[in-house]
Design a protein around this ligand. Structure first.
Ligand SMILES: [Zn+2]
Length: 361
């Protein structure tokens, strides 16, 4: 006999769709009261779809791949923060075993990062040259869950500044290969330089995107290329700049300038109609469970609270092809004490997390 869950209060089923109650039967959402009420448990509050962290790394820490116990702890931390759907933006660890665990968030993988030789954090990426890009993108497209992750720019030790990693022709062929295999492509980009080429080459999303300017913002908007700003990560730029100042002063200066205009950049992107999504970049040097902090950062940048919420709930789920709180959807939801639309800081303290219909106690 299965327990029925009755969620009462305010169910935020969509940005303009607020209901009084929701039921969970056999792990799925329904708005029809079950006929023969079985064992019923009631949860009351403001319910949102399980939050999405669209840039997170499970199975990774500052030094590279981690073991299963550490990966599990990362996933549990995200879950308890209300993150029930993760787009993993690159991991060298095989985390497929998580798919069999009912108590852990769902993960949409991008395989392993693909970077230019010696142009990324050690132990993270396949480090290759442009001639091999199509082959590696094909391989990671087959390994992942519909996404491939490129490192689009990084410190170039030759120039001492951020520099684009891939020639236009090779990256265009690689993106075409991913699309042929049914995968979307995203790229890590801090600086201005690589953005126009990547968009012209057909990229689907850019991570961080701190280098967007009035030249590239209209291009992104026109093509519908999404961005995941990861402002909680961008906050670390000044510290990174201080650390690299002695060896790479131009790079350090560039990082500080990108940081200084980060909120204006995100706001301008949003105003132009570029889809913006919540991502924390947890798992490299950042802690897991920062989803509420990132939503608050997007609001600080000037995105209206309801849209910032959508960037981690309804909108993000639609973008990733996953349901929110539609009839029949898996019951992944988070319940809060107060209305998160009135103040997104409410997200920092979930009252109840419900994963696949089970209340996490
Ligand atoms: Zn990342």
């Amino acid at each position: 006999m299965s327990v029925v869950l009755h969620v009462t209060g305010r169910v935020l089923a969509g940005p303009d769709d607020v209901r009084d109650e929701l039921w969970v039967v056999d792990g799925r959402v329904t708005y029809d009261r079950p006929s023969a009420a079985r064992d019923v448990r009631t949860v009351t509050g403001w319910a949102l779809p399980g939050l999405v962290d669209a840039h997170c790394h499970v199975g990774l820490d500052a030094h590279g791949a981690v073991d299963e116990a550490t990966s599990e702890k990362q996933a549990l931390t995200d879950r308890d923060a209300g993150t029930l759907l993760i787009r993993d933006a690159g991991s060298p660890a095989d985390t497929r075993w998580i798919d069999d665990r009912d108590d852990l968030p769902k993960i949409i993988r991008a395989g392993r990062h693909i970077a230019r030789t010696r142009r990324y954090i050690r132990n993270y990426a396949h480090e290759i040259e442009p001639a091999d890009l199509v082959a590696y993108v094909g391989r990671e497209a087959r390994r992942g869950d519909g996404w491939v992750k490129l490192v689009g720019d990084w410190l170039d030790r030759g120039t001492g500044d951020l520099g684009a990693c891939w020639p236009r022709a090779e990256v265009e062929a690689a993106i075409a290969e991913a699309h042929r295999l049914g995968a979307r492509v995203t790229a890590h980009c801090f600086a201005e330089e690589s953005l126009a080429d990547l968009v012209e080459a057909g990229i689907d999303c850019v991570e961080h995107a701190t280098g967007l300017t009035e030249d590239t913002i209209p291009l992104f908007a026109e093509r519908g290329v999404a961005i995941v700003p990861t402002l909680v990560n961008i906050a670390t730029f000044p510290k990174l700049a201080d650390g690299g100042e002695a060896k790479f002063p131009r790079w350090a200066d560039h990082m500080r300038r990108l940081h200084a205009r980060r909120y204006d950049t995100v706001r301008a992107a949003y105003d132009a109609g570029i889809p913006v999504f919540v991502g924390t970049d947890a798992g490299g040097s950042l802690a897991h469970g920062l989803v509420a902090a990132e939503v608050a950062e997007l609001v600080r940048a000037g995105i209206p609270p309801l849209q910032a919420l959508s960037a981690t709930t309804w909108g993000a789920r639609a973008w990733l092809g996953r349901p929110a709180l539609e009839e029949g959807a898996p019951a992944d939801l988070v319940v809060y004490d107060e209305d998160p639309r009135a103040d997104v800081r409410v997200l920092a303290a979930p009252r109840r997390v419900v994963l696949r219909g089970r209340v996490i106690d």
